[in-house]
Design a binder for this molecule. Structure first.
Ligand code: ADP
Ligand code: MG
Length: 253
């Protein structure tokens, strides 16, 4: 279930990150990052803890402001703030390590909330779409339950459904399976693999090497705020070029 070859679909980048720099005080956390992601491509971002992977994801939808450089989604530059930002952010779905569901709302309410509030989707239509999405991620039976009544894997699948309900052009996943019990990892990866196969443009930070090998078109390896390698999964896993990548692979494989 590899994603369709993005090279075959022409057009501009779906995600364009150009010469982005970011500091946290004295810490230079993103160093001149450039990353062009074509429509439909699945990019797995790998790298040691602290290398800037989460900051990059957060910069892509402006949860984190950048010091310099440019970021555009589907050809549209990211505005700094205001209504335009809310609209653009709606194009970028994000799934985090912690599920971030609203605890006092049902699963169905979690999924319908943003479409109704931000996209102004009529409630009945939002519910219909939400049920289809919950069906797709395999938790339609849990629609009326509260997050705490679900397993971690189910909650993460609900979080994916919630992000998809906004009909995003891009999905960012930041270690979506890291907080899960091992037996629940695969059910979440299966949903992600399905999305990839359907042509969703995805950036996935993960330590799941099976997913990287099977579902990714491209591996970006980061270390110390830099993109150190940017290549195919096959190339990266069989013939990593840098010492840092070899060192990293030696520790996790
Ligand atoms: P990764 O996701 O690759 O583990 P992060 O992007 O989370 O890396 O963090 C990169 C570096 O930036 C780390 O050294 C981290 O401690 C630091 N950092 C992240 N967020 C903040 C913040 N809000 N304030 C200060 N330092 C931060
Ligand atoms: Mg991180």
């Amino acid at each position: 279930m590899t994603a369709p070859d993005p090279e075959s679909t022409s057009g501009t980048s779906m995600i364009s990150v150009q010469s982005v720099d970011k500091h946290f005080g004295p810490l230079h956390v993103l160093k001149d990052i450039t990353l062009e992601v074509p429509r439909g491509q699945v990019v797995v971002v790998l790298g040691p803890s602290g290398s800037g992977k989460s900051t990059l994801c957060r910069a892509i939808n402006r949860l984190e402001p950048i010091d310099s450089g440019r970021i555009a989604i589907d050809g549209k530059p990211l505005p700094a703030e205001g209504k335009d930002l809310a609209r653009l952010r709606a194009d970028v779905g994000m799934v985090f390590q912690s599920f971030n569901l609203f605890a006092h709302k049902t699963i169905l309410e979690n999924v319908t909330l943003a479409p109704v509030k931000v996209r102004k989707t009529p409630a009945a239509e939002a519910r219909k779409t939400a049920m289809e999405l919950l069906e797709r991620v395999g938790i339609a039976a849990q629609a009326e339950k509260y997050p705490a009544q679900l397993s971690g894997g189910q909650q993460q699948r609900a979080a994916i459904a919630r992000a998809l309900a906004m009909r995003p052009k891009v999905m960012l996943f930041d270690e979506p399976t890291s907080a899960l019990d091992p037996e629940m990892v695969q059910e979440v990866l299966d949903v992600m693999t399905g999305l990839a196969a359907e042509g969703m443009t995805m950036v996935v930070v993960t330590h799941e090497m099976g997913f990287a090998r099977k579902a990714a078109n491209r591996v970006v390896f980061m270390a110390d705020g830099e993109v150190v390698e940017d290549t195919t999964p096959e190339e990266f896993f069989t013939a990593p070029k840098s010492v840092r990548a070899r060192d990293f692979l030696g520790k996790i494989l």
